[in-house]
Structure formats: C-alpha cells, structure tokens
Design a protein around this ligand. Structure first.
Ligand code: ADP
Ligand code: MG
Length: 681
C-alpha cells in the first residue's frame, strides 16, 4: 500500500471502521502515521508468579494445570476459572463471559498471560488476562502502544492501520526538520523516529522519539510565528508624519498613567522608525489599554488615514465606541461602528463610508474582516482581547490595507516562556500600573455553609447602590454531570425567591444575541441589580457601578479566568468585593482560591496556574488562536521549547524566507490554514 491510500483499504478495516477513523481525521495511511500513541504499556518483563503484587498488571509465563471450569453465576454472567503454574507458584485466571478463552487453552501447554493481579486470601488471581502462546509476542513480551480510542474502534484497529502505514513508509520519508538541526539535537531520522513512536523496542526509544516529535512540533510553531512576522518586517510601515499627541491629551477626561504613556511612546517610536508597528499591549484587566489604542487611532486619523479596532463581542465593540466617540469627536475625527447584527441598510451605509474614507476610525467585531469591507486608506489595525481571535485573523485584518500598523491588546497574562512562543511575532509593552484611585478588590473564598450570609451581602451591596454579578459554570441544570455544579438558570430562580425585591437579569451562551445585548445594557444602565450569567461576561465588560462579583463553583475554573472575572468589578471608585464559592472542595481548590485571595497580580496568578495545572489550559486555539499541540507539553517541555525557539531563531536569521527549507515553509502555511478561517500569506 501507499501512504496516500485510504485507511478503508487496510486489511480488516471495513467501510464502517474507516468512517469512524475519518471522523478522527485519519483518512489516509499518512494520517495514521501521525496518530501517535498516548502512552505505552511495558509488557517486556516476565515476572515469576512468586513475585506478583496485588493490584498491578503483570506478564507471566505459565502452564495450564487443569481444564478451565465455567460456572453460571446468574443470568447473563458466566465465570470461567483456570489454574496455571510456573516454577515458582500457582495462579488462578478468571474470565467473565468468555467461553472462548476456556475453549482455546490447552492443558499442559505454556502461554504468556498479561493482566491485572488481585490478591484473594493467600492466592493471586489474574483478572480477564490477555494471552497467547509464548512464542507469539504480539500481545506480550513487547512494549504495547496505546492509541487514543473512540467508541467502535479498538487498539487492534489502530495496530492494523499503523502497521500498514509503517510498512508503506519510504526509506527517505521527507523531513521538514533541517538536517543540520536534527544532527545538532542528535535526533534519529524521521522514519526511524516514527517506527520508534509506534513500535518501540524499549521505553527509552519511545521517549527519544517522542522528544524528537515534540521538538519538531514546537520548532514548527516557533518558525511559523517568526515567519508571520518577517512577512511584515520586510515591509515598510504606513508613513505618519505628525506624531504629536498634545491635542489628544488635552481632551482626555483624565491624565494617563506613566505605564500608558510609555506604551504609547513605544508605539510612536516604532512608527517613527518607518517599521510596521507590531506590538502587543499586555496589561491586567482595568489597566486602561483602550486609551493606548485611542491615542494611535487618533494619530492615524490626524494623518489623513484610517484605523480599525476589532473586538471579540458586539458588546465590547459598542463599549469601545461609547468610550472613543466623545473623545474623537472633540478632535474632529469621524468614528463609526460595524457589527454583524446591524440592519442591512445601515451596514451598507457604514461600509460605503468606510470605502469612501468618510469614516476615519472604525470600531467593530469580526464583521470588519468581511470581504465586503474595503478601506480607503487603512494605516492601523487594533485587535482587542487578542486571545479570542486566531493568529490568522489578526493577519487578515492587516491585509486590509498596505503597510498597516498592528496593535494587539490582551489582558491574559502569560508566563515568559509561553509568551515567547505565543507572541513570538510581536514586540511587547506591559502596562503594570492601574489608573489612580482604584481600591484593591476584597476577595473571599467561601464554602456552602456561608451561603445565607452571602445572599444577605448581595442584597446589602444593591441597597447601597451597587450592583452584583453572579457567575455560574453551567447554563441549565440538565447539563450537570454531577449535581454539585450550579447552573445560571437555577441560580437566577433561587435568587428571585430569596431576594424578590431585586431586579435580576440572566444571560448565558444560549441567550439570543439581541436579547443578551439588551440585558447587558440594562445592567450597564443600572436597570438591573443583579446579573446572573455564565462566563459570557468574562471579557472586557465595563460597568463601573458593579461592586460585587460572586462566582459559583469557582473550583471549576482556571485561576487566570477567575482573575479575569474578578476584574469585572473594582472599576469605579467604590470598594469592590469578590466571593469565590468552592473553598470546601478539597485542598487543591482551597490552595488555588487562597492564591487569588492573597494576590491581585495577574502575572503571579498565571504563573501559579501554570505550575498547578500544566500548560494545556493556556494553549490551544481557544486561548490564543494557535494550532493545538499534539505531543509537546509546554510546562513539562520548557527546556525543549527553549531549544526549539533557539533553533528557529538561528534558522530564520539566516534564511528569513525559508528558501533553504521549502518543506518547512509549506508546513507552516498549512498549519495556519488548517486552524482558522482567515487567510495567511
Ligand atoms: P482594560 O485595560 O481592561 O481594557 P479599560 O481600557 O477598559 O481597561 O479601562 C478601564 C477603565 O479605566 C475605563 O473606565 C477607563 O475609562 C478608565 N481609565 C483608563 N485610563 C485611565 C486613567 N489614566 N485614569 C483614570 N481612569 C482611566
Ligand atoms: Mg479592554
């Protein structure tokens, strides 16, 4: 067979199984090669019966001592027992509803058995062992790869397709990892590594192969991020002659913090150098990133060009509009909003005004990416809450004009090692200072027994003129796999009963967009006292009058996410509070919540989160718009990440267009194409 052949044609894989494999993204033998084992079972060691231990899996070589006996225990349950022995002792085997086993085993013959051993009184029983003649070495006497399973597929199916794939693997299977780097890292050639991944002789060999493949993954990503950048670095940035911000500062209702000013200066310096600005503004929630964007939008408009600002939700886009419009208006700059939910006529008008250049600053959702939207002279693209967008979406936005400057804003603090990779294509400015007058949010981690007090506390905050958010992990009760988790619907119901005099709103992922917008606006306008929701409100919402955040089942959320939620309050001058339920959910939960109670520093929290949970949650398309990693674990493989990063740096410095590594270039383009809708040049 050839690597391009469909798995359907592998012996023993029919159309039905092929269908299931296709669902897993395994169409051809080449895909099967890429389907790595999730772990291995070491069945190489043969253990004498005398040395068996309770509760573990072992492989023994033993002779069948007597004819297996089957007993009918109850309806639908037959148990077959069989005694076997080796030189060191006796062992019972037990099979359930498996007459087949009994019929195959021959008295006096030696077999290899593999299974979990249980102590029963003074003897050991092996439960439902797998077995084969000792010479066979298919199920025992080797390292068995364990593939990720799905209903309807068995390990044996994966053995079949990977066997066929490995057999089809040509000697010189094209490797995108440059030879020099492979040698320098002392990695085996690709074909050999793939054989070791799927059919290792030893665990060390599997480990070596995994390391190579993980390196490759990180290297590809690191090169990809750099490549995205060099694509821009060759270009010039749009020329903005007048970079004075005096007028802008004059119309602002407050003076900017030092950190805000430094971030703006870093941007204007990049622009002044004639480079395309490619900068990430990272700042904790509420640090005032929007004003940095506003300053740059002003500069673009002042120089007769256009700026676009893209936010992940309609609500946020509207909020930005409400913040920026009055300021820009005073400066004589026209500003328009474009979101998907607008009426067609209204949308058409805006789109026309964008293409004619009548509008200088456009604020919107991903609607601005639409091919219908054409700018007259776009000079600046701002992407807010970047982690909600794909890398390629931000690339697509900059392609809406020539030499477009790019400003990216994110409140998700990321430990340094990860930031290097994730934002490898951007310069970074950090806003590490909150606007003056902010009070520390008083945070409490509580258990169920405190509920009546918290209910009264919610009521008191509302009575004092404040407002409260209550965030739940689920939308409705029926979703609950365990009944311990609170749903937004049930929580809203309960609060309506406990606090009948309070105006309570409910939004979650299934609320219709228009309705959601209305409820959020009611809350922002003070027409609601309490907003019960799922994490839909996590990002960027600004309601300065809200003074209380209550999170149900806080133990179900990541620490950085909880920190984000907490950032929804404490935006006004009044003392704000945050209550996390879940302190009674075990030591682990308690430690995580305690960290949040004691620190308000998003970076410290992110670091702790990474240590406690691993990098999985920081990664993947959802969090950062990057393709998910199959093998590499960013926390565990930090050293490997560094090496991959260095190798990528060295290569890209020598050959920024990757002319010497066409395969790598091709893989990079494919990588970003596969994981997002935007385009990639
Ligand atoms: P984030 O960084 O989370 O996007 P925002 O830009 O939404 O923060 O700002 C949060 C709040 O702080 C807004 O209400 C904004 O008007 C206000 N703000 C921003 N900068 C300052 C400042 N220098 N002084 C006072 N208030 C500010
Ligand atoms: Mg913001």
């Amino acid at each position: 067979m050839k690597l391009t052949d469909d798995v359907r044609f592998v012996r023993g894989i029919g159309p039905k199984k092929a269908e299931l494999l296709h669902k897993l993204g395994i169409d051809t033998l080449a895909d099967a090669v890429q389907c790595y084992p999730r772990g291995y079972e070491d069945r190489t060691a043969v253990v004498p019966i005398f040395e068996l231990l309770d509760g573990e899996k072992f492989c023994v070589h033993a002779i069948v001592g007597a004819q297996p006996k089957t007993a009918h225990i109850r309806k639908g349950m037959d148990v077959t027992n069989c005694r076997v022995y080796d030189k060191t002792g006796l062992l019972s085997l037990r099979f359930f509803n498996n007459k087949y086993a009994a019929s195959v085993l021959e008295v006096g013959k030696e077999y290899a058995f593999y299974g979990k051993v249980q102590a029963e009184g003074r003897q050991f029983v092996m439960i439902a062992p797998e077995f084969e003649p000792v010479q066979a070495k298919e199920k025992t006497g080797r390292i068995l790869p364990l593939y990720p399973l799905t209903a309807g597929l068995h390990q044996t199916d994966f053995y079949k397709i990977t066997d066929a794939a490995l057999a089809a693997l040509p000697e010189n299977y094209p490797d995108f990892l440059p030879e020099a780097i492979r040698k320098q890292q002392q990695f085996p050639p690709l074909g050999q590594a793939l054989h070791s991944m799927h059919r290792p002789q030893t665990l060390e060999q599997a480990q070596q192969a995994r390391k190579r493949m993980a390196f490759e993954e990180l290297f590809l990503l690191a090169c990809g991020m750099k490549f995205l950048r060099t694509g821009r670095a060759d270009k010039k940035g749009a020329h903005l002659r007048d970079l004075s911000l005096r007028e802008f500062y004059r119309v602002l209702p407050f003076s900017l913090t030092g950190a805000q000013q430094r971030a703006i200066e870093a941007c204007t310096m990049d622009i002044a150098e004639g480079k395309p600005l490619s900068r990430l503004i990272q700042g904790d929630v509420g640090s005032g990133k929007t004003m940095v964007a506003a300053a740059l939008c002003y500069l673009a408009a002042k120089n007769g060009k256009q700026a676009v600002m893209m936010a992940p939700t309609e609500l946020l886009a509207r909020q930005h509009m409400e913040t920026l419009q009055p300021i820009l208006h005073k400066l004589g700059i026209s500003c328009g909003l474009l979101v998907s939910a607008m009426r067609a006529k209204e949308k058409r008008e805006i789109v026309d005004e964008i293409s004619s250049g009548k509008l200088s600053v456009i604020i919107g959702t991903h609607a601005v990416l639409s091919e219908h939207v054409q700018f007259c002279d776009l000079a600046l693209a701002v992407v807010d809450e970047q982690h909600r967008f794909g890398v390629n979406q931000r690339a697509a936005l900059t392609e809406k004009g020539e030499n477009v400057h790019l400003l990216v804003m994110s409140a998700t603090p990321i430990p340094r090692t990860l930031a290097l990779l994730i934002y490898g294509d951007l310069d970074v400015s950090i806003i590490d200072e909150l606007p003056p007058g902010r009070q520390k949010i008083k945070t409490y981690a509580v258990g169920e027994q405190t509920r009546p007090r918290i209910d009264r506390f919610i009521d008191n905050q509302c009575a004092a003129g404040g407002q409260a958010y209550v965030v739940c992990p689920l939308v409705e009760d029926s979703e609950a796999t365990d009944t311990q988790r609170h749903s937004a619907e049930q929580t809203a119901q309960r609060l309506k009963t406990v606090l009948p005099h309070r105006r309570i709103g409910l939004v979650h992922g299934r609320t219709k967009t228009a309705e959601k917008e209305q409820i959020m606006r009611d809350f922002a306008d003070g027409n609601l006292d309490i907003l019960v929701s799922t994490t839909v409100i996590e990002v960027g919402v600004n309601v300065p009058n809200a003074t209380l955040m209550v999170v149900e089942n806080a133990d179900c959320f990541g620490m950085s996410q909880l920190h984000q939620l907490r950032g929804r309050v404490g935006r006004g001058s009044r003392q704000s509070f945050c209550i996390f339920y879940g302190a009674d959910k075990g030591a682990d939960a308690r430690e995580r919540l305690r960290t949040l109670v004691h620190t308000g520093d998003g970076f410290a929290i992110a670091q702790k989160d990474l240590e406690m949970r691993g990098a999985g949650d920081f990664f993947g398309t959802r969090q950062h718009g990057l393709p998910p990693l199959k093998l590499a674990d960013l926390a565990g493989d930090a050293r490997l990440l560094e090496q991959a990063q260095q190798a990528a740096d060295a290569l890209m410095a020598r050959d920024p267009q990757l002319k010497t590594a066409p395969l790598l270039r091709q893989r990079i383009v494919r990588l970003f194409e596969q994981h997002g809708e935007g385009s990639f040049n």
